[in-house]
Design a protein around this ligand. Structure first.
Ligand SMILES: [Zn+2]
Ligand SMILES: [Zn+2]
Length: 197
């Protein structure tokens, strides 16, 4: 962990929604802390998926409704909340989404469904799965910290149209996005040498 930052009291809660497995996601808080330089904690309580957010015809959950539900069931006390679910998600006119977040807001949600190699007919690969989960979690949380989509295909804030885009990008924001991110998080000048590349 690099020094020189003062993240104050910012803490993010990871909320398992539905049947997401705590053991499988145990790596996530530590990895997210390294990217954002703030504290992450996983909630001991599992939030159930609201039946009204389920579209029977599509067999998918509406991610916007899940964000609203996360806000309603908010236990309080955290700066941001990241919902993680096994459910396949859609939003608006998009036939699926890897996740959704409120820009400059408190809530983000990520789906594990299309991040598993098995979904694409490939054998299970834990390292690949974890890398994808981290990238999508950083991407959606990046939106809550005010980051918009970035044109750099290697930047975590690049929009993923497909899993190939996710696999191409890194788990870190590019330097330009990091400047915006840490200005937002720390609201103080930073040294460029302290940023991750
Ligand atoms: Zn996005
Ligand atoms: Zn970027």
């Amino acid at each position: 962990m690099k020094t020189g930052f003062n993240s104050g009291a910012i803490e993010v809660l990871i909320v398992l929604m539905g049947d997401a497995s705590p053991g499988e996601l145990a790596f996530l808080p530590g990895c997210l802390s390294q990217v954002f330089k703030v504290r992450f904690k996983t909630s001991g309580e599992v939030v159930r998926l609201p039946p009204y957010a389920y579209d029977k015809t599509r067999r998918q959950y509406n991610s916007t409704l899940l964000l609203e539900y996360l806000a309603l069931s908010n236990p309080g006390g955290y700066a941001k909340y990241l919902g993680v679910t096994e459910a396949d998600l859609y939003a608006g006119r998009l036939n699926f989404v890897f996740g959704e977040a409120v820009l400059n807001g408190q809530y983000a949600v990520v789906s594990l469904h299309r991040l598993r190699p098995e979904f694409y007919g490939n054998p299970p690969d834990r390292r690949l799965f974890e890398a994808r989960v981290l990238k999508e979690a950083v991407h959606e949380l990046g939106h809550t910290f005010g980051l918009t989509h970035c044109e750099n295909p290697e930047c975590v804030m690049h929009f993923s149209n497909s899993i190939i885009d996710t696999d191409v990008k890194k788990a870190q924001p590019c330097l330009n996005c990091q400047v915006k991110l840490f200005r937002k998080i720390f609201q103080q000048p930073y040294k460029r040498s302290e940023l991750n590349s």
